[in-house]
Design a protein. Structure first.
Length: 583
């Protein structure tokens, strides 16, 4: 070959072993197909050059490039479609956000939002990229007035990239971004937010920045909330936001006007034990849990202890009726003070006469219930208090449910005190659960924040006949007794008042007390009637009356009046009955 030959010299190719193509019998079909395609294209190029048709060579190459781009584009489209349509919420999307909570939205029983996750941003600064640190300090402080100045200055004066503040909202992030500062960056954080702020804060609870529930329903149902989030489902509580709002509104208005230390309110479904409303006053903003005082953060419904006073007479009378110790016509001597050793028990509203059991209840006679409790004996009274859940923490999903402060002995004097609500300190949730059992036909069921309740059959604590008699007595107490201010037109409210002084430095202080009212509506009708229990307690009112009938009963009446329509309770005009007749 001449050195002037314009074609480059190539070594002769080795003879192919299979028709000029590589042997592919031992490789996969996909690899064999790809190899053959490459050989086809290469031979097409060689044929074009051999036939002196360069334009054919160009067309083949363009065709190959189009095919390659089409394949890549198709794969990208398929990947994007799969990510958008097939990836569950909390999966890939949540993993892409640092610190994703992967918690389901919390809703009330009607689907109204209680808690959700919203992307916030952590503000990071690399001081080595800041050219004017003082200017950056001033700019960031203008954009974020609440930023911790000491922390900001420390990071700016450092030598490495650090976080300044977590949890910036999108608006706050944009305000800092608009400063166009070098060295400033943001990292997304999926954070739990509570759109209702203070409403329902105690019962909803909060979750920490790591996505773990630390109080309330967020803690109680932590694993279930996370599981629901992974499946892109909401998690519904038993709370009805309409009921919750009414309860909080009425409670706060009364507590503020009375200058009270605190207040609690509960609305429960007597058939299922579901909590429809749970309010503790004062409240706090769930989005700022760290800045709440211990007093505001305390859920008084589950964790505060009170000597309840005369609302306990409902339990004492129920035990007497259920054991057959007495009936509504049994006469009890309340004509003079009842002496137990050197202790003198008297009535606040003394009648100084012999009373029927019905009159003992309507006049709230300490003498009458004390005589019943002493005659009943320690074992019997303890049995009823135990089965009514008064000697243990109220069963509910909330971890905050506290144990009561129980009596150490069950002597005659202690039982007398217990009969009218002294000598034992229980939580409002225990009070609610026991009242539910007495008015629903006699079945004690756990309270529940789960929509639909726990589904447990419960245990019988009193007979259906005793339950019916107690509903009649409670209704009579609203019509002719101390609970008149709890009445709501057409709703047939029944209930019992409670007033108690607090023990301060070993003595009961009449200037520091509680007023409460435990109610059911409607109180009439057969055992299968859908009923609701409302319990309200005002703690240490400093203005006006401290008696339960004057300060707590009106709240119950207004709450029942406002929520009846939400709950489907039909109003019925009460017939006029002769004096002394119980419905």
């Amino acid at each position: 070959m001449s050195v002037h030959d314009h074609r480059a010299w190539r070594p002769a190719p080795a003879a192919p072993r299979s028709g000029g193509r590589p042997l592919t019998s031992t490789v996969s079909p996909w690899l064999r197909w790809a190899t053959e395609a490459v050989w086809f294209v290469e031979h097409a190029f060689e044929r074009a050059r051999a036939d002196a048709r360069p334009e054919e060579d160009t067309r083949v190459r363009i065709f190959v490039i189009q095919i390659a781009f089409s394949v890549v584009f198709g794969l990208l489209v398929l990947g994007a479609a799969h990510a958008a349509l097939m990836t569950p919420r909390g999966g890939t999307g949540a993993a892409a956000v640092s610190g994703a909570l992967q918690r389901a939205d919390l809703t009330d029983r009607n689907g109204q939002l209680l808690a959700t996750n919203i992307t916030h941003y952590g503000l990071y600064i690399d001081p080595t990229e800041i050219w004017d640190r003082e200017a950056a300090l001033r700019g960031i402080r203008r954009a974020l007035p609440d930023v911790p100045v000491s922390r900001l200055r420390r990071v700016l004066n450092g030598e490495r990239r650090l976080i300044v503040v977590p949890g910036l909202t999108p608006a706050e992030r944009q305000a800092v971004h608009a400063l166009a500062l070098g060295g400033v960056s943001f990292e997304p954080e999926d954070r739990r937010v509570y759109p209702l702020n203070r409403s329902g804060a105690h019962v909803i609870g909060v979750a920490d920045t790591g996505g773990k529930g630390i109080s309330g329903a967020e803690l109680a149902f932590n694993d279930e909330i996370r599981a629901a989030g992974a499946e892109a489902r909401d998690f519904a509580l038993s709370i009805d936001l309409r009921v919750q709002g009414v309860l909080e509104n009425e409670l706060a208005a009364t507590a503020t006007e009375a200058g009270a230390k605190g207040a609690v309110g509960v609305v429960a479904d007597a058939r299922t034990g579901e909590i429809l409303g749970m309010a503790s006053w004062p409240a706090y903003d769930a989005n700022r849990r760290g800045s709440a005082s211990d007093d505001a953060a305390l859920n008084r419904v589950t964790s505060a202890h009170y000597e309840m006073g005369s609302v306990f007479k409902t339990f004492t009378v129920a035990a007497a009726l259920d054991t057959g110790l007495a009936d509504l016509d049994t006469m009890i001597d309340a004509s003079e003070a009842y002496m137990i050793g050197n202790r003198r028990i008297s009535d606040f509203h003394a009648t100084n006469k012999v009373l029927s059991l019905e009159e003992v209840y309507l006049h709230s006679s300490n003498i009458g219930t004390s005589r019943l409790a002493v005659e009943m004996g320690a074992d019997t009274l303890r049995h009823y208090f135990e089965t009514l859940g008064l000697l243990d923490a109220a069963p509910i999903e909330l971890k905050e449910s506290a144990r009561p402060r129980r009596p150490r002995d069950w002597s005659d004097s202690t039982r007398a005190s217990l009969s009218f609500g002294y000598g034992i300190m229980i939580t409002p949730l225990q009070m609610t659960a026991a009242t539910v059992a007495l008015v629903n036909g006699g079945i004690y069921r756990p309270m529940s924040l789960r929509r639909g309740g726990t589904g447990e059959e419960g245990r019988r604590v009193v007979s259906p006949e005793t339950s019916s008699a107690m509903r009649e007595l409670m209704r009579a107490n609203v019509l002719r007794g101390s609970g008149g201010q709890a009445d709501a037109a057409g709703l047939r409210v029944g209930g019992k008042t409670g007033s108690a002084n607090k023990l301060v430095d070993g003595r009961y202080d009449p200037s520091r007390g509680i007023g409460s009212f435990a109610a059911v509506f409607p109180a009439d009708g057969p055992e299968t009637t859908q009923r609701y229990v409302v319990f309200v307690l005002i703690d240490e009112p400093s203005q006006g009356s401290r008696l339960g009938g004057a300060i707590a009963a009106p709240v119950v009446g207004r709450v029942a009046d406002r929520i009846a329509g939400f709950l489907g309770v039909q109003r019925r005009v009460d017939p006029v009955l002769p004096t002394g007749v119980v419905r």
